[in-house]
Design a protein around this ligand. Structure first.
Ligand code: SUG
Length: 441
């Protein structure tokens, strides 16, 4: 059955800010307290979507979530008028208020783990929303993520949107950022590769930064998605690279179809991991980037591996990489090497400026969730999120009308911001044809 991979990009929400909320994410910590520009962030994201769509790749929009999550402040005992709650939370700690305002759902790679219909026992597309329990601000996402996914993929004849895994560290899950799928063609049965940082079989665990994906979550996702266990490989990330800032696998490896490009220090036990991959999928084309060619530190700095490796209509592939890779000699050299390697089908690398997101540790690949859909499934999803020139124009105008171009942490105390966000979300429901999406949020 012919199928194509869609890129569902998280539309950056109007409260994008830099609060240093993600311990172990070097960029987030480095930019803590900086002035953000939500308008520029959203426009950069829209430009990336437009560029990817121009390559002939299927593109869609993942709506932002409504912020602030005031009920999280209620749950923490804040009471009184909204303005007072905002002041009280900020007085305890600006990052507490920033957490309920975070636009972190923009990183759609963390929204869910997706299994295409070609791989699942019932032939439906299965989506397991990530519980994101490792950080407070991201733990606020799964409720609205599930709701949004159920609006887009509402047709139960074609889709199954599960509940997130139980919200506890034993099943800590960060979604597709720790998942790769190897296949000869997107429409054919593929091998699911899950990467974890901790769990019952972890030989060693990181000592400095948290491991965000638990091995037990990987098995639960595979079970829920009704996958054939012979088509699943569950592997451990190198704990030392997590300690160096590789908080997700998509900061150290990328893959598309039968091609996997990974850093020498991607896996905890590289020999075992590579043997397992070859045994599960003999035709895998595995390209290793050596430490001598690009250090782990530079991979984290440039987000080399957080590039989108995309199938093009002509059967070739393209890489959409962060502009930081073009500006860095070793990263650019490695990119050029990939394009020049004749045994792999990468015909070009394109550099994109998504710096507003990058400064919080999110590159081009973080910003999108991959969803493989055959024609019937594509027809069955909510069409209002399909990206085209018209939607680009409408969303750009919407961003320009509703977003601020400066947002400091202190601005989050301003109750007027809530009204601005409410007005923006009401207008967005109309644009995307998702009436009622935010009503209960
Ligand atoms: O979870 N940053 C996100 C970045 C997610 C990147 N996603 C992938 N690698 N797929 C995170 O650490 C920072 C928010 C702040 O500090 O304000 C943040 O949540």
């Amino acid at each position: 059955m012919s199928a194509q991979e869609w890129q569902f990009d998280g539309l950056v929400g109007p409260t994008h800010n830099y609060a240093g909320l993600s311990y172990g994410n070097v960029a987030s910590q480095t930019h803590a307290g900086n002035m953000s520009n939500p308008k520029r962030a959203a426009l950069q994201g829209l430009d990336k979507m437009r560029f990817v769509a121009s390559l002939g790749v299927k593109q869609a929009v993942m709506p932002p979530q409504k912020r602030p999550v005031l009920k999280a402040l209620h749950a923490l005992g804040f009471r009184g008028e909204t303005a007072k709650m905002l002041e009280d939370a900020y007085a305890i700690s600006p990052d507490l208020l920033a957490s309920v305002y975070s636009a972190s759902p923009m990183w759609a790679a963390n929204a869910a783990t997706v299994a295409p219909g070609a791989d699942t026992a019932d032939g439906r597309v299965h989506l397991v929303p990530a519980n994101l329990v490792s950080t407070f601000h991201r733990s606020l996402e799964p409720e609205q993520t599930t709701r949004i996914l159920r609006h887009i993929f509402a047709d139960e004849a074609h889709f199954c949107v599960h509940d997130a895994l139980p919200a506890t560290v034993r099943f800590s899950d960060e979604g597709a950022a720790n998942h790769m799928r190897v296949c000869s063609d997107h429409g054919r049965k593929g091998l699911h590769v899950y990467l974890y940082g901790c769990g019952p079989n972890a030989a060693r665990v990181p000592q400095r930064f948290p491991a965000r994906q638990n091995e037990e979550a990987c098995y639960a996702i595979a079970r829920l998605s009704q996958l054939d266990s012979d088509f699943c490989a569950v592997l451990q990330q190198d704990p030392d690279v997590i300690d160096a800032g590789v908080f997700h696998n998509d900061v150290i490896a990328m893959n598309n179809e039968e091609l996997m490009i990974a850093h020498e220090h991607c896996f905890a036990d590289p020999a075992v991991a590579k043997a397992s991959l070859k045994q599960h999928y003999p035709a895998l084309s595995y390209v290793e980037i050596p430490q001598a060619g690009l250090s782990v530190e530079d991979a984290v700095r440039t987000y080399f591996f957080n590039s989108q490796l995309l199938s093009l209509p002509n059967g070739q592939m393209a890489i959409v990489a962060p502009i930081e890779c073009e500006e860095h000699d070793a990263a650019r050299t490695q990119m050029e090497r990939l394009v020049a390697t004749e045994t792999i089908a990468v015909e070009a690398v394109h550099y994109m400026d998504v710096r507003e997101s990058m400064h919080n540790g999110g590159g081009p690949a973080c910003l999108r969730l991959r969803v493989v859909l055959d024609e019937a499934q594509a027809d069955a999803m909510h069409g209002g999120v399909t990206f085209d020139d018209g939607l680009y124009e409408r969303l750009s105008a919407w961003v320009n009308a509703h977003y601020r171009d400066r947002l400091a942490l202190g601005d989050l105390r301003d109750p007027a911001l809530i009204d601005e966000v409410d007005a923006a979300m009401a207008a967005l429901e109309e644009i995307l044809g998702l009436s009622g999406l935010y009503t209960a949020a």
